[in-house]
Design a binder for this molecule. Structure first.
Ligand code: PEP
Length: 249
């Protein structure tokens, strides 16, 4: 079985207490599967609880949903990489569509966040994805490759395998609409080719995200170009998420 990565983005929900309850139920319903890595991205206030509650499982890692690129300073409300690390995170999402399109995060900022994470030995999950109007204008590849290049702007070829990329079409996130497995695979192939063109090995894991659920996950994961999934809504129920991470295993 090829390696697969399952990432849960809990967005602005799941308290520390709910995190502990989730972990108890989820860990009771699952066992590590060879080659499968599980990542949870709780709210910053629940990172510590998640790190503790999932701590016994070697296949589980915790990440932040966002980080600032500066290690410290007067940035009220922001979480630095050292703060996230200190709480138990070993990676972070960067450039999630809600950060880009609700909070105005720029391509340049994603590059700085990726660099800060790599410098701290953490795994950046660089998220890219086109808006509906960009897709309809035939600009999907142009947009995602621009976002990819910006995110990798300060990354040397030798470091590229240390990242994870997540292709998340904006129109598919939280909408119940998702790209077909073939569409996703085509975009993943273009992303992988661009990483190779930039000097990387092309072995970088590329996840698909956007309304993934038990009904469509198997079809997506059957595509050799899809190395895993990044999931919001369907990761919030411990039993449902346990079923998804066990799919085909
Ligand atoms: C996400 O938040 O990254 C996501 C893909 O959400 P959902 O699975 O709910 O579409």
């Amino acid at each position: 079985m090829r390696p697969l990565l399952f990432a849960a983005n809990w967005k602005m929900q799941v308290t520390p207490e709910e995190t502990r309850r989730f972990a108890g139920q989820f860990l009771g319903a699952t066992a590590p599967v060879e080659g499968r890595a599980l990542w949870f991205f709780p709210s910053a206030v629940s990172i510590g609880a998640a790190a503790e509650a999932f701590g016994t499982r070697s296949d589980v890692r915790i990440g932040a949903q966002d980080v600032h690129w500066e290690p410290k300073g007067a940035y009220t409300g922001a979480t630095s990489v050292p703060l996230a690390r200190g709480a138990g995170a070993s990676g972070a999402l960067v450039g999630h569509s809600e950060r880009r399109h609700v909070f105005g995060e720029t391509d340049e900022e994603t590059g700085k966040k990726v660099r800060a994470l790599l410098d701290a030995g953490c795994t950046p999950f660089l998220c890219v994805g086109e808006k509906l109007e960009e897709r309809e204008a035939g600009k999907t590849e142009e947009v995602v490759l621009r976002q990819l290049r910006a995110g990798l702007a300060g990354v040397s070829p030798g470091e590229m395998d240390g990242l994870v990329v997540a292709y998340e079409p904006v129109w598919a996130i939280g909408t119940g609409r998702n790209a077909t497995a073939e569409d996703a695979a085509r975009v993943h192939m273009a992303l992988r080719a661009e990483v190779s063109r930039l000097g990387g090995t092309g072995r970088i894991p590329i996840l698909y995200g956007g309304s993934v659920n038990l009904g469509n996950a198997l079809g997506l994961l059957a595509q050799p170009q899809v190395d895993g999934v990044l999931v919001g809504g369907a990761s919030l129920d411990p039993d449902g998420w346990a079923e998804i991470v066990g799919i085909g295993g």
